[in-house]
Design a protein around this ligand. Structure first.
Ligand code: C5P
Length: 404
């Protein structure tokens, strides 16, 4: 990062207690160099790891630490700071601080100003791998995501405690790049994007059915990344336990036929269709509204194929830019490329089913007319943002040159 690329952006940089606080000093240096105006705010524990004098020297401003700091003339630091900021970035964000954010606690300056903010909040978690994996932390992170907070990282690797795993704060240059992306041009501004997500459920009788393993996490991440990129997003979702971002239209469906009907309803004025849903390939030929009684005998279930929703969309006379997903268990690239060609898709994202289903992270291989592009393992939202960047690029190229 050598050029000034974020001139005039005002950022509150919050530091909480963690060894990664030393990286925040480098982050402050990189962001200052990029033209960002930084106001550093530190919790008491943060100042055990890095001195206020360091951050003061790097940002050129006194570091604020207390709710009743005398540097703020009207004693309203928790209100004033966010009113004058374009965003708050908390890096490092400890497990404890994340829990406070998730529950709306406000017992110190940094948590109070996060609660009182009217600007976006970005959070870079940093903690021991077991603290990160703990169900309570994961619930808190999910809550923050649902509240529209942008979670940056964490990464995986050697930790200060001697263990290895997820929980390392992203490196300063990665965080600076994320800030640049956050404030960068909105790649899908003015575009309408339709996303399908989750599994479908095909009833056999009143209580039994056929479905696919799918948490919906990737589809919801794609929808969120498209919202972040400025698109108008419609999310058609099968049954999942996820809360969608508020800034989109959600259509909830159960079966493949319902999903197709919802897609048909929406597709006419859509620019981009991203089909992430794990649609059940078959449904029962006949269904019962009652619970079928158990007998001791074998029974035969006749299945009939479901419509292929993506194939339908891609073969419309004037199709939107169609993106498929393929979860494979073997021969990833050959199988996925065969699907891409069969369904006539400009872009398909392939991954190994065993690595991605239900997981928070995945590795993606993007296949398009120019070949393959590997997106190394990362949290699904990070992958979704990368995918959205790739889609925006190809879609723009298609508009200029016409579909290939
Ligand atoms: O199931 P399959 O591996 O063929 O899925 C590839 C792509 O096709 C995915 O994007 C999926 O959402 C889509 N699909 C669909 N309707 C189906 C089956 C798959 O839209 N019935």
């Amino acid at each position: 990062m050598t050029d000034t690329f974020l001139p005039g952006i005002k950022l509150v940089l919050g530091l909480t207690g963690g060894v990664a606080a030393y990286k925040a000093a480098e982050l402050a240096r990189l962001l200052m160099h990029a033209g960002v105006d930084i106001q550093a705010v530190m919790t008491r524990s943060a100042s055990k790891f890095v001195g206020t004098a360091t951050l003061q020297a790097l940002t050129g401003k006194p570091v604020l630490t207390e709710l009743w700091d005398e540097a703020i003339p009207n004693g309203m630091a928790h209100i004033d700071l966010s009113r004058n900021a374009d965003a708050i970035l908390v890096a490092p964000a400890s497990a404890d601080f994340i829990a406070k954010l998730a529950h709306g606690l406000a017992d110190d300056l940094l948590s109070a100003l996060c609660l009182a903010r009217d600007c976006p909040l970005l959070v870079a978690p940093a903690m021991n791998r077991q603290m990160w994996e703990n169900a309570a932390t994961q619930r808190n992170i999910d809550t923050l995501r649902c509240d529209g907070v942008t979670i940056l990282g964490p990464g995986s690797g050697a930790q200060a405690c001697g263990e290895t795993g997820m929980g390392r704060m992203l490196e300063a240059h990665e965080l600076a790049a994320s800030v640049r992306v956050f404030f960068g041009p909105r790649l899908l501004q003015g575009k309408r994007v339709l996303v399908t997500a989750g599994p479908t459920y095909e009833a056999i009788d009143a209580v039994r059915g056929i479905t696919n393993l799918s948490s919906g996490k990737m589809g919801y991440a794609v929808a969120r990344a498209a919202v972040e990129a400025g698109a108008d997003v419609i999310l058609v979702s099968g049954p999942v336990c996820l809360t969608p971002p508020s800034a989109l239209k959600l259509v909830s469906v159960t079966s493949a036929e319902e999903m197709l009907a919802a897609v048909k309803d929406q597709i006419s004025d859509v620019d981009i269709f991203v089909s992430v849903a794990a649609v059940a390939d078959y449904r029962a030929k006949t269904t019962s509204g009652q619970k079928t009684k158990k007998t001791g005998n074998n029974i035969t279930l006749e299945l009939t194929p479901n419509p292929d929703i993506l194939e339908y969309a891609a073969s419309l006379p004037q199709p939107p830019f169609c993106v498929g997903f393929a979860a494979e268990t073997e021969n990833l690239e050959e199988n996925a490329e065969a699907k891409r060609r069969k369904k006539k898709l400009p872009l398909l994202a392939a991954n190994f089913a065993q690595d991605t289903i239900g997981s928070e992270e995945c590795e993606l291989t993007l296949l398009d007319d120019s070949g393959k592009h590997l997106l190394p393992k990362a949290p699904k939202l990070v992958q979704a943002r990368r995918l959205v960047q790739h889609i925006a690029l190809l879609h723009e190229k298609n508009n200029l040159t016409g579909p290939c």
